[in-house]
Design a protein around this ligand. Structure first.
Ligand code: ADP
Ligand code: MG
Length: 355
């Protein structure tokens, strides 16, 4: 245990390795509240002015993404798309167009496990409020209005074939981080942004601490990763309680039901938007089907923590396994046999028509 503690301290120092202590320039950190969550931007640059400019550029992109995607407000571009009539082409801004193209592509590739058209289901379960269980009739309506196949995106013109409601919850943070990194990383020697627990950084390696799925103060593993982004999906901080039972805030759009709560999944991808969509998709798929699916998606790493009594079994892609250290005795590697079985099965999804 003491060894683990020393290791944590050692790694805590490494967590900051993106920002070298002996760097001759300046380091600037900004903390703001954005997209309903806290955000921390850190930039290192040759001068204080340059580091400030990089954090400003990141902040501007985060704010603009919120103004474009937030459906908590009526004046965002996405809210206007949701309010637009059916069967008429809706012209999209180049930014929203790119974001929806990527989100729909993950919806298609995951066979609908990730699907940004979950607006009616989120409403039916009151996931933005106290949470509730919908009646069968409400559920039938919500399900008939869910599915990326009800939308067609031709170039940057979107047509709705059913009154679906797009919801940014599963991809908005990733989109914001992607925009922030693209604008600010070229202005800084090093940049790191933490938006509500999803991290994005460039350039260089970072050692990321993974937290206990329920006790989120507890760092249970560390993961050495190249530049990119890590997103986590789980119910640690967000789960709602209805009739004494926990209601997952991640839904399976294919069934309309809350996704089975196995624990948590963290995903690394070079692109923050991909990492965000993937973590939600993988939570819905669960460890076995998720690992099988990932065999067909190169360049992505993932780590699953699966509840096993009071402890957690860890399953990971081969790439993640090489760079992950478990620090907590309550977390153990699932047997190789099981991992291999998970990796060797049939394909879980993919298919469907292009939206
Ligand atoms: P976090 O918001 O903590 O990053 P996720 O990225 O997993 O968590 O996103 C969960 C949110 O995405 C939910 O709160 C909801 O708004 C929306 N959502 C729920 N289920 C899905 C799904 N299967 N596909 C896309 N979005 C979803
Ligand atoms: Mg997310």
């Amino acid at each position: 245990m003491r060894g683990a503690l020393v290791f944590v301290i050692f790694l805590r120092l490494c967590l900051h390795s993106l920002f070298a202590d002996d760097y001759p320039g300046a380091t600037v950190t900004r903390e703001v509240y954005l997209m309903g969550t806290s955000c921390r931007i850190t930039a290192q640059a040759p001068s204080r002015q340059a580091a400030l400019a990089a954090t400003e550029a990141a902040l501007r992109e985060l704010e603009e993404t919120e103004a474009r995607l937030s459906t908590w407000r009526q004046d965002s571009e996405l809210a206007r798309v949701n309010a637009a009539p059916l069967h008429l082409p809706i012209p999209l801004s180049p930014r929203l167009c790119g974001e929806l193209q990527e989100a729909f592509s993950w919806a298609r590739r995951s066979g609908g496990a990730f699907d940004p058209t979950v607006g009616w289901l989120v409403e039916a379960y009151d996931l933005r409020g106290k949470g509730r269980l919908p009646s069968p009739a409400e559920m039938a309506v919500a399900r008939s209005r869910t599915g990326y196949r009800h939308l067609s995106l031709s170039g940057c013109s979107l047509t709705k074939k059913a009154p679906v409601v797009l919801e940014e919850g599963g991809f908005g943070k990733g989109a914001a981080l992607a925009a922030a990194l693209a604008a600010a990383a070229p202005l800084a020697a090093a940049l790191q942004v933490d938006l509500g627990g999803q991290l994005a950084w460039s350039p260089g390696e970072l050692v990321v601490g993974l937290r206990h799925p329920q006790e989120t103060e507890r760092v249970v593993a560390v993961w050495r990763l190249p530049a990119g982004s890590v997103a986590t999906s789980g119910n640690g901080e967000r789960g709602l309680w209805v009739d004494g039972k926990r209601l997952s805030h991640i839904l399976d759009p294919r069934t309309g039901k809350p996704a089975e709560d196995f624990g948590a999944v963290s995903v690394w991808a070079p692109d923050p938007l991909a990492a965000d969509c993937l973590s939600t998709a993988l939570f819905v798929l669960g460890p076995e089907a998720g690992l099988r699916w990932l065999r067909r998606i190169p360049g992505v790493q993932a780590v699953f923590f699966r509840k096993a009594g009071d402890r957690f079994g860890v399953l990971a892609t081969a790439s993640a396994r090489k760079h992950l250290e478990l620090l907590d005795p309550d977390f153990f590697w699932m047997e190789e046999r099981r991992q291999k079985a998970a990796a060797g099965g049939t394909k879980p999804c993919e298919g469907g028509s292009k939206p």
